[in-house]
Design a protein around this ligand. Sequence first.
Ligand SMILES: Nc1ncnc2c1ncn2[C@@H]1O[C@H](COP(=O)(O)OP(=O)(O)OP(=O)(O)O)[C@@H](O)[C@H]1O
Ligand SMILES: [Mg+2]
Length: 259
Amino acid sequence: MSNPQDASQPPDHVGAAFGAAAGDIARRASTSRSIARIVEPYALTRRALEDRRMIHPEESARKHADAFREIRTSLLARGGDHNFIVMVAPISPRSGGSFVARNLAAAFAFDEAKTALLIDCNLRNPSQHKELDVEAPDGGLIDYLEHPSLGVEKILCHTGIPRLRLIPSGHKREMGGEYFSSFRMRALIDSLRSRYPDRYLFLDGPAVKGSPDARILSDLVDFVVLVTGSGRDTPSAINKHVAGFDPAKLAGVVINEIP
Ligand SMILES: Nc1ncnc2c1ncn2[C@@H]1O[C@H](COP(=O)(O)OP(=O)(O)OP(=O)(O)O)[C@@H](O)[C@H]1O
Ligand SMILES: [Mg+2]
C-alpha cells in the first residue's frame, strides 16, 4: 500500500494505493441482508479460470489473489454494512483496468455471503465478454438502454464463476456519455443495487485520458478505483487525472504490472 503520489515506486504485481478519503455510504437506508440465490449452471475448472486471467481461491501463486482481497477489504471498510457500486477505470488505455475490474469482482464473489455483478461500460472497446468467454445472444447494456422492454434478466450473463455475473456492453458505440448520464442508466444501476442487498456492482469504465466518459460514469457510483499501468503514467499525470474525480469517492489507485 502506498500513496497515489508514490506511483513511481516499483509495484508488487498489483499494488493497491488507497489514499484518498471516501464517502461514508453506511448512512444509506438499508433493507435486511439476504443472499441472492443465483444458481450457477456450470462451474469453470481451475485451468479455465487461469485461461481467463482470473484469480481463484486455490491459486498457487497467491500474490494476485491476496492483492485483490486487500483491495476488497479496504473497500468494505469504507462501505460499511451496505452493498456498493465501484467504478474501475484505467488512466491510460490498455493499462489493465478491465483486468482489475474483473478480478476485484471475483474477489467479492469468493465470499459466499456476497454476489458480484460486473458491468462492461467500455462501449468503444468492450472486452469482458471476450475475456470471460461469455456469449451474449440478447445483447448487453446498450441494447437494454435503447430497448428497456428487453428486460434486465436477458442481459445478466452467467460467467461460470459462482456468484459472479456479467452484463456485457452489447453493441459498440463511439461515445458513452449520453448513455451514462441518462435517466435509464441511473434507474438500471439503482435497481440492480437495491434488488439484492448482498450484490456488489463493478462498472468497468473506459480510460480516463482523452474522454469525459469515465468521469460521467463516476457520478453513478459510490467509489472510484483508478488503474495505472506500471511506468505508463507519470506521477504528475496520475495526480492530474485523480484530481478530476470527487475526492469523497476516490478509493485509490491500483498500480498494475502488465505482463
Ligand atoms: N496484471 C495482469 N496480469 C495478467 N494479464 C493482464 C494484467 N493486466 C492486464 N492484463 C491483460 O492485458 C490485456 C489488456 O488489459 P485490459 O483489457 O484489462 O486493459 P484496459 O486498461 O481495460 O484496456 P482498455 O483501454 O482497452 O479498456 C488484457 O488481455 C488483460 O487480460
Ligand atoms: Mg478495459
